[in-house]
Design a binder for this molecule. Structure first.
Ligand code: PEP
Ligand code: MG
Length: 576
């Protein structure tokens, strides 16, 4: 009997059971149907081609205005030449007329043959052509599926009760996904703290990552059980397996319901020590939704998803509206807006950034923003103007800081944007607080110096673990080495908390470790009193914090900090 269970990393404590929908890597659905009316399908091709050309021309105009690098814009324009090419047109027509393929299938087959051909050529320039055809295929498919311009850029899963099966879950895919009908996500690659996983968690969709062989074993339409708790994926389950999974699903739903009593409670330890519990959000809409869980504010607003949602950079006014809505949703509570953190696994194709050999060590986070200063200034302006709608509660947070010059450069830009706002008598919060993410070993080591420059720290354990342990956070091959309980990471956290306390500046934690049940007593014991977690984990974290008193937390932290082996620490943790 063929084993129908696959194993991966579960990232949401939920089970979903549904029908498999497979997406290409780009997030585009290729539904393969045989058609009878070939003439109508050929006509559809011409209409779609016209829409594609119109959209590409607009894209070209936008890019030429926004990018210094005109070459990228020219590449985009060359896509028009490709779809207009008579050979391309003939190839598509042949698949439709002779093989009775529907248009999206024909486009996929034709483009795939060009992708294959060009990627085999041992010439850098020509092999790049493969990427052009990938792009063309995806954009044509989006237009065909929606029969509309792809500019709204959302991925709609039209099949009810769908389980999405993909090789890679790009962050932009999760950001663009209309997830209302989605019961689960199975991803062949990816680690727990990859940005795609963070978004899946925020959406509360049962998700399992790093499921080797998933795309091969799972066929379109198969029934699939996605156990985001155990990390198990069951393909074409037997009646018995379905029954067991369904019982577990009901049980998990019941436990989630039990958590609702924590909705209106204050966050504090068993012995009554007050703790601030903030939310991590990725959109203005989430700033509204999260109020249901009554957080003390937003500890991290990942603004990059605003930039990844569309085909164009959001202009200042669009950003202002998004931030303003988040400010209004936050009332008097803290709202920490993190400036653009792209690069690494978060790509924004329209920026036309060059591919890097080591993107996580490359032009990412604040480095990119300082390089693209005009873009950064627009974001700062939008945040400052949005702060006028708050009550001194809006804060700016800078990602991936490694040296003091970056902090000073950012502060210089903020001052200069303030001056331009003053010149036009535009309102903003003059005393807006500026803080940094502590998520690189350099920032940990320099924490005492950085404390003199900023108003607050937020520890980003996802990147801090990645960079301290030299483990790619999205790579399942080394996922076993990605452990925030590693003594090196724990010592880094301890150091940052004590430096911040000594300097009298606020320190919180917004990495995924802040919501880890086993980590919570350690963090409390180290003196951390501000936690920022995915909105779907607020109630669970509130309950976990309430189950510890500070004295026992200190005891646990002291014991754990005396250990030098991660295995010993884990063993001790599991005995608690
Ligand atoms: C982190 O690195 O821990 C963090 C919170 O930021 P992000 O996950 O967005 O990189
Ligand atoms: Mg980070």
């Amino acid at each position: 009997m063929v084993e129908n269970r696959l194993k991966g990393l579960g990232v949401t404590k939920k089970i979903g059971i549904g029908k498999a929908v497979k997406l290409t890597d780009s997030g585009v659905v290729i539904h393969k149907t045989r058609i009878t009316d070939t003439e109508a399908e050929v006509c559809k091709f011409y209409k779609v081609r016209d829409l594609f050309i119109e959209e590409t021309e607009n894209l070209f105009k936008d890019l030429s205005q926004k990018l210094d690098n005109n070459e990228v814009a020219l590449i985009i324009q060359s896509h028009i030449a490709i779809v207009n090419d008579s050979q391309f047109e003939e190839d598509i027509k042949t698949q439709i007329v002779e093989n009775k393929m529907c248009l999206v299938w024909a486009v996929d087959v034709v483009c795939s043959s060009y992708i294959k051909m060009f990627s085999q050529i041992d010439n850098e320039v020509l092999s790049q052509r493969a990427l052009d055809f990938e792009d063309i295929r995806n954009r044509l498919a989006v237009i065909i599926n929606g029969n509309e311009k792809s500019s709204d850029n959302r991925i709609t899963i039209s099949v009810p009760n769908a389980v999405l099966v993909v090789k890679e879950l790009h962050p932009s895919m999760t950001a663009r996904m209309d997830a209302t009908e989605l019961l689960g996500i199975v991803v062949e690659n990816g680690g727990e703290t990859s940005h795609a996983a963070i978004l899946a968690k925020a959406l509360g969709i049962p998700t399992v990552l790093g499921v080797k062989g998933a795309c091969e074993l799972i066929e379109e339409g198969d029934t699939v059980v996605v156990d985001g708790d155990s990390g198990e994926v069951i393909v074409r389950p037997s009646q018995e397996q379905l029954k067991v999974s369904d019982e577990k699903r009901t049980h998990l739903i019941d436990s989630e319901k039990e958590l609702t009593v924590y909705k209106d409670k204050e966050t504090c330890t068993k012995d009554g020590v007050s703790v601030s519990l903030y939310a991590n959000i990725g959109s203005e809409e989430e700033a509204v939704r999260v109020n249901e869980f009554n957080p003390d504010g937003i500890g991290l607003f990942r603004t990059e998803f605003l930039f990844m949602n569309g085909n164009n950079m959001p202009i200042m006014e669009e950003q202002l509206l998004a931030y303003k809505n988040a400010v209004l949703a936050s009332g008097e509570r803290i709202l920490t807006i993190r400036t653009l953190d792209i690069g690494g696994d978060k790509e924004v194709p329209y920026l036309g950034l060059e591919r890097e050999v080591n993107p996580f060590l490359g032009l990412r986070g604040i480095r990119l923003c300082l390089e693209k200063e005009a873009m950064f200034r627009e974001q700062i302006e939008a945040i400052l103007r949005a702060s006028a709608y708050g009550c001194g509660n809006v804060r700016i947070m800078i990602p991936l800081v490694t040296n003091i010059e970056e902090i000073r450069a950012v502060k210089g830009i903020i001052s200069s944007v303030k001056e331009t706002l003053n010149a036009t008598h535009t309102a903003y919060d003059e005393n807006i607080k500026v803080g940094i993410m502590i998520e690189t070993p350099a920032a940990v080591i320099m924490a005492d110096a950085f404390a003199g420059e900023v108003d607050f720290f937020s520890i980003g354990t996802n990147d801090l673990t990645q960079y301290t342990m030299v483990v790619d956070r999205g790579n399942e091959k080394v996922a076993h080495l990605f452990d925030t309980f590693s003594p090196a990471v724990l010592r880094a956290i301890k150091h940052v908390v004590s430096v911040a306390d000594a300097a009298g500046i606020e320190v919180s934690m917004c990495g995924e470790a802040a919501a880890d049940a086993a980590m919570i007593p350690v963090l409390l014991g180290l003196g951390l009193r501000k936690f920022s977690v995915a909105s779907s984990l607020i109630l669970e974290t509130r309950r976990n914090i309430a189950s510890w008193d500070v004295e026992s937390a200190i005891e646990i932290a002291t014991k754990i900090m005396s250990e030098t082996s991660v295995e010993e620490i884990r063993r001790y943790g599991s005995d608690l």
